[in-house]
Design a protein around this ligand. Structure first.
Ligand code: EPZ
Length: 426
């Protein structure tokens, strides 16, 4: 079994280069299905979710060439059968974007009901509502969602909840539909804007991305393109939290500070110094953090994907903090693991009350999902003693070269392989 072994208590100093955004990449790669040309996607993160979604396209018949570690060249004209591989799809939430892309290009799609992180129900009712309004019908048979449309005609979709996935999927189904589609109550995350910019670089007509009203005028043809993915807002936020946890002076390169505003504001409220430059942020922290309250909200609010990481910081802040997880039903599973390190956190539904303790102590913990795993690393870097993080495949899904990036700023973290009583170090 692979684990991270982390010896806490070392201050972090130096620079970390942030990679391309996972949640933009896993939306833009399926969107290539809509192209009638060849697409070159650059600044992709070197993570398992990107490998997985590219493999699904390849299995359907697309040509996928890896130009280098962060660049793929994809020609999807080889896709003849819009059916995504059941086993490959069911383990990855973002594969739900194949529904919108296949429907938009072929007016037909067969995709497994999505899997993904294990924190509460992850419905797709709003996705299917949007497809229905455009003229599609769906059934669920044998774990597969089967969607068909004689034709797709633009219309007005009002989302009942702000949903990143539904906004993405309806955009993908609408870009080649007849006429205009309006999505109201749309998600405004940076990766929604990135997807719109990618689609428009192919000749689509998508306006208003980044606001809660997106208007799409359908087109018949989408050319090939070359496109570079935006930097990852959540990866950057995670390393900002790591610097605050361990203490030190860390500069993150290749970021868009505007995408980090809510994270920066919260860290400053906790007493962390954050200096914003054109394409970098510098995080300096040496004192004990101050308590604060956090409520997760759709962008531009505080991102739910940073909630576990900020909880790991508040676990040793001076005072009592309240965390309100307002996006997901059950995103506090990681709290049990932080408790093993001495955290004093009580969870009641969507609210967690965090009593700051002086210091956490290293312990064997599990990554219960991608961002929970990131939170274990953040906690371990500031803890006393050694922490072993298990189930790190979750972390490898969404964080590129995490050991190299952290050792590059002085952290003591290594990937170890344990089988029975023998422990080998990578
Ligand atoms: C995306 O998930 C992200 N995943 C998640 O990041 C992120 O937590 C989430 O957006 C919120 O920002 C990707 O981009 C691949 P939603 P998604 O649809 O699209 C409810 C990570 O760590 N809802 O915005 O699945 C839903 O239950 C991952 O990178 C419906 O009710 O999230 C939730 O309460 C974890 N019906 C809320 O909306 C629907 O049809 C937001 O979900 C869809 C969603």
């Amino acid at each position: 079994m692979e684990k991270f072994e982390i010896h806490g208590g070392r201050r972090l100093n130096g620079t970390i280069k942030i990679s391309g955004a996972k949640n933009a990449a896993v939306a833009i790669i399926p969107a290539v299905i809509l192209s009638d040309g060849i697409c070159r996607i650059e600044n992709l993160p070197d993570i398992n979710d990107v490998v997985a979604i590219a493999q699904i396209l390849k299995k359907m018949g697309a040509s996928v060439k890896r130009i280098d570690k962060t660049t793929l060249e994809i020609d999807s004209k080889g896709i003849r059968n819009p059916v995504a591989d059941y086993d490959l799809v069911r383990h990855m939430r973002a594969s739900s974007y194949l529904m919108g892309a296949l429907l938009g290009q072929f007016h037909r799609a067969e995709v497994a009901l999505p899997g993904g992180c294990d924190f509460g129900v992850r419905p797709v009712d709003q996705h299917l509502k949007g497809f229905g309004i455009l003229g599609a019908k769906h059934t669920v048979e044998g774990g597969m969602i089967k969607i068909n449309a004689d034709s797709l005609v633009g219309d007005h979709v009002y989302l009942d909840v702000v949903s990143v996935g539904a906004t993405v999927n309806i955009m993908l189904a609408a870009v080649k539909a007849k006429g205009r589609t309006t999505i109201e109550n749309a998600a405004k995350e940076p990766h929604i804007v990135d997807l719109a910019n990618f689609l428009n670089s192919m000749g689509a007509d998508v306006r208003g991305a980044g606001t809660d009203v997106i208007k799409i005028n359908g087109v018949d043809f989408l050319r090939g393109t070359t496109y570079s993915i935006i930097p990852d807002q959540i990866e950057a936020g995670t390393y900002m939290a790591a610097a605050a946890s361990a203490g030190g002076d860390v500069t993150l390169l290749n970021v868009i500070p505007k995408h980090l505003e809510s994270i920066t504001a919260k860290l400053r409220e906790m007493g962390v110094s954050v200096e914003e430059n054109d394409e970098s942020v510098r995080v300096v922290c040496s004192d004990r953090l101050k308590r604060c309250n956090v409520k997760t909200m759709p962008h531009p609010g505080f991102p739910t994907d940073m909630q576990p990481q900020i909880a790991a910081l508040l676990a040793t802040a001076n005072g009592t903090s309240i965390i309100h997880e307002a996006v997901w039903d059950n995103r506090f599973k990681y709290v049990e693991e932080l408790r093993r390190m001495g955290a004093e956190i009580n969870v009641d539904g969507k609210i967690a009350v965090v009593e700051g303790v002086d210091r956490l102590k290293g312990a064997p913990v599990k990554a219960t999902d991608l961002r929970a795993g990131a939170a274990m690393i953040v906690a371990a870097l500031g803890a006393e003693g050694v922490t072993y993080v298990e189930d790190i495949t979750h972390i490898d899904r969404g964080y590129e070269h995490v050991v190299e990036k952290l050792t590059g700023v002085g952290a003591d973290i290594k990937r170890i392989f344990t089988n029975d009583n023998v422990t080998n170090t990578a």
